[in-house]
Write a protein that binds this ligand. Structure first.
Ligand code: PLP
Length: 380
């Protein structure tokens, strides 16, 4: 661990070897030569976009997916090369950013294409195709609309893609819908070719799509959450993510330890009440660091001395309480783990997320900027 972590209040420990293992596992499930465009949006799901992108470039990522132009510009300012695809809508006011930072913009629809084409600069774009999610994209049967983008002199289409929206369950209707989405996308690409168009590199699969459908032969892929060592929930992770290893551990310190007599309370609203003599540890992390407030009242757990302790009372903005009555010898300065391993115990992100009523993607992407990020191997 970095020496600075020894004095930190709350920090994320990042494991570059785990990131490399996850990248290799995903690449192994894809055809040889498939271009990897990892999703590093939302600060690489809370892991720190620049550190993650640097490592993935070294491992062979062809480029990256981000949510907005500002995220792409931040990567470029840090010297990140490769294609950077903005997945979300960019408003005309931000078109100059696309050109200045050599970003590739997703074309959301015909109106967006016209605006991009008219901005006075030649821009690189990927064409989004809506095969049923109804988020962004040209309708899969809008062959003429897509041909117009491909023929447009001021737009250089370097990709065409769709996104699967029911791919992470085994429910029959969901699997059938994913099959329809794939068929619609393949049908569109065939129709474009029949009409004489050169179909740009195609990509469909995000994390689950790669792990579930290793037989698909598209030219690129967009893995996100799996790179970080988990899938959205515990069921999907157990089914398709067993080769993955968690990259991030979230840790903090014990600030103080209090002995409570029966009937005494702790925290806002005295929402915790000791039923019997109890020992509470006050921890140096709170909801402003990304620990969901929903983990209070016994819903969540922390690890201390390799054992589990429930989070009790209301989670504060910067601190929280753990009931360590059953763990002798806890003292100020001890390290507590919110996500990750301590001794024989592990709190995987997908389980912590479930305890808070959400998925690993949301938990990780909402980790605040306040906890420092430390790569275990020490490189920046
Ligand atoms: C976020 C996102 C991804 C990555 O998804 P994961 O499920 O995290 O792998 C891929 N494609 C699009 C369009 C996305 O929005």
């Amino acid at each position: 661990m970095d020496a600075d972590a020894l004095t930190a209040r709350a920090w994320c420990e990042l494991d570059g070897a785990a990131l490399a293992q996850n990248f290799a596992a995903l690449r192994a499930a894809l055809p040889a030569g498939c271009r990897m465009l990892p999703a590093v949006k939302a600060d690489a799901y809370g892991h720190g976009a620049v550190g993650v992108a640097r490592r993935l470039r070294r491992l062979g990522a062809a480029g990256f997916c981000v949510a907005c132009a500002a995220e792409g510009a931040a990567l470029r300012r840090a010297g990140i090369g490769g294609e950077i695809l903005v997945l979300g809508y960019t408003a005309p006011a931000d078109f100059p950013l696309l050109h200045r930072w050599r970003l590739t913009q997703t074309v959301a629809d015909a109106g967006h294409a016209a605006a991009l084409a008219g901005c006075g600069r030649r821009l690189r774009v990927h064409i989004a195709v809506d095969t049923g999610m109804h988020r962004l994209g040209f309708a899969a049967d809008d062959i003429d609309g897509i041909l117009r983008v491909l023929a447009c002199k001021s737009l250089k289409a370097t990709g065409i893609f769709t996104h699967l929206c029911t791919d992470d369950t085994l429910a029959e209707a969901d699997m059938a819908f994913a099959g329809q989405q794939l068929a619609a996308f393949d049908g569109l690409c065939r129709a474009l070719a029949v009409r004489g168009a050169v179909v740009p590199p195609r990509h469909v699969q995000a994390s689950t799509g790669i792990l579930r459908h290793p037989g698909l032969k598209y030219e690129a892929a967009r893995p996100g959450i799996a790179l970080y060592g988990t899938l959205a929930d515990a069921a999907a992770t157990a089914r398709w993510g067993t080769a993955l290893r968690a990259v991030l551990s979230l840790r903090c310190r014990v600030a103080a330890v209090h002995a409570l007599a029966p009937g005494e309370g702790a925290g806002y609203g005295l929402a915790y009440r000791a039923a019997a003599p109890a020992t509470l540890a006050v921890l140096t992390i709170g909801y402003a660091d990304g620990v969901p407030r929903a983990l209070g009242g016994g819903a969540g757990t922390v690890l201390l001395h390799g054992r589990r302790a429930p989070i009790v009372g209301r989670v504060c903005m910067d601190q929280l309480f753990a009931d360590v009555t059953a763990i002798p010898g806890v003292r100020a300065g001890d390290v507590a783990t919110l996500i990750g391993r301590d001794g024989a115990q592990t709190l995987p992100a997908c389980e912590v997320a479930a305890a808070a009523g959400t998925i690993a993607n949301e938990l990780l992407s909402r980790l605040g900027s306040r906890p420092a990020r430390f790569w275990k191997e020490g490189l920046p």
